[in-house]
Design a protein around this ligand. Structure first.
Ligand SMILES: Cc1cc2nc3c(=O)[nH]c(=O)nc-3n(C[C@H](O)[C@H](O)[C@H](O)COP(=O)(O)O)c2cc1C
Length: 365
């Protein structure tokens, strides 16, 4: 009998056994009381599915596109700093794992391997995640990403100030490996300090980007632009007015600001505000195929997973990432059929039961 992990929870439990305690804490941590991290999950659990029955669901289609890129199912890999803390092959293994599952990987500015090497590790589609830490360094990164073959720039917008996690402060955590994208550009390393989310995050040498500079960023490249971390209809509205191509609804896994809603709670208002002018994706708290289905039913085009990629790596490198993604594929396929659906791009309305009072509620005047 195989003892392969059956669920993402199995991957999590095994990763915990395999990883040094400080690395484990760094991956799992959320900001402050970690309330948003927990709420990412509890908000998913508050939604329930409304299965439709006695349908012909024999042929099911899980593939979709994101900004024109075909992916075999609507689950992608989040950008996340330094994967070597979970496996020596780091992002190279993650790229291979995502490639084996025919899905898209987003690569962090703060990867341990340089973007060119990660691009060469697999043929699967990739987007480059950008931390803006100064005009010169952003220009260098964006040009390199375009040259290397990344298909979009994902600008992370939810980190205007550092957010050291208390677990990491207690553990005196320091990321043990250098940032791969700066091997040949060590003059920028000081500016990038802490973008790997270790507690040594210092303020950027230039002010964080504002809406005013988005045109400048867009002028650097012909690649589409995705904003990661948008949390309100108001900002989604400005984003589409500014011609942004995609919005990744995210709480950063609850790692930046605590005491916000869970990502899935923010999704409906953002989908509504983006009026079909930008694709909307979601990360934060996705652990089951049913979570994927719930997000799609509420208007996300695809979702992404963050911590689970480290769990997959820690369990078995590239094979572990692939195995973790295949668990989600299997679960999504099961839930799709069980809900009487056959195509992730054409889900019918009424699939989700939303409890009264859930989500945005009222805002203070
Ligand atoms: C250890 C770790 C490092 C991360 N590093 C980055 C990063 O470099 N850039 C970024 O935009 N998001 C980063 N994230 C956030 C993820 O992209 C994503 O938003 C989050 O992990 C999703 O939540 P989940 O972990 O519940 O799936 C990081 C997350 C973790 C867990």
């Amino acid at each position: 009998m195989s003892d392969a992990p059956v669920s993402l929870r199995d991957y999590e439990a095994r990763a915990k056994l395999n990883l040094p305690h400080n690395n484990w804490d760094f991956i799992e941590a959320g900001a402050m009381d970690e309330a948003t991290t927990r709420r990412n999950s509890s908000a998913f659990a508050a939604l329930s599915l409304r299965p439709r029955l006695l349908r012909d669901v024999e042929n099911r289609k899980l593939s979709t596109t994101v900004l024109g890129q075909e992916i075999s199912f609507p689950v992608m890999v989040c950008p996340a700093g330094g994967h070597k803390i979970a496996h020596p092959e780091g992002e190279l293994a993650t790229a291979r794992g995502a490639g084996m599952s025919n899905t898209l990987m987003m690569l962090s500015t703060s990867s341990h391997y340089p973007m060119e090497e990660v691009m060469a590790a697999s043929s699967g589609p990739k987007w480059f995640q950008l931390y803006h830490r100064g005009y010169e360094v952003t220009e260098m990164l964006v040009h390199r990403a375009e040259e290397a073959g990344f298909k979009a720039i994902v600008l992370t917008v939810d980190t205007p100030v550092p957010s050291p996690k208390e677990r990491d402060v207690h553990n005196h955590y320091e990321n043990p490996y250098p940032l791969g994208n700066f091997r040949a550009n060590s003059e920028y390393l000081e500016a990038m300090s802490g973008t790997d989310e270790a507690p040594n995050w210092r303020p950027a040498p230039t002010a964080p980007l504002t809406w005013k500079e988005l045109d400048w960023l867009r002028g650097l490249t012909s690649l589409p632009l995705v904003l990661k971390g948008v949390r309100t209809a108001e900002d989604a509205h400005i984003a589409v007015e500014n011609g942004v191509n995609g919005i990744l609804v995210s709480t950063h896994g609850g790692r930046q600001i605590d005491q916000t809603m869970g990502a899935i709670e923010m999704l409906p208002e953002i989908v509504q505000a983006s009026k079909g002018q930008a694709e909307v994706y979601l990360d934060s708290g996705v652990r089951r195929g049913s979570d994927v289905l719930k997000a799609l039913a509420l208007g996300a085009r695809a979702v992404a997973v963050g911590r689970p990629l480290y769990w997959g790596l820690a369990v078995n490198g590239a094979e572990g990432v692939h195995g973790m993604l295949e668990v989600l594929r299997r679960e999504l396929d099961h839930d799709l059929a069980s809900c009487g659906q056959t195509d992730v791009e054409n889900l019918e309305a009424g699939l989700i039961n939303i409890p009264f009072g859930w989500g945005a509620g009222t805002t203070a005047p």
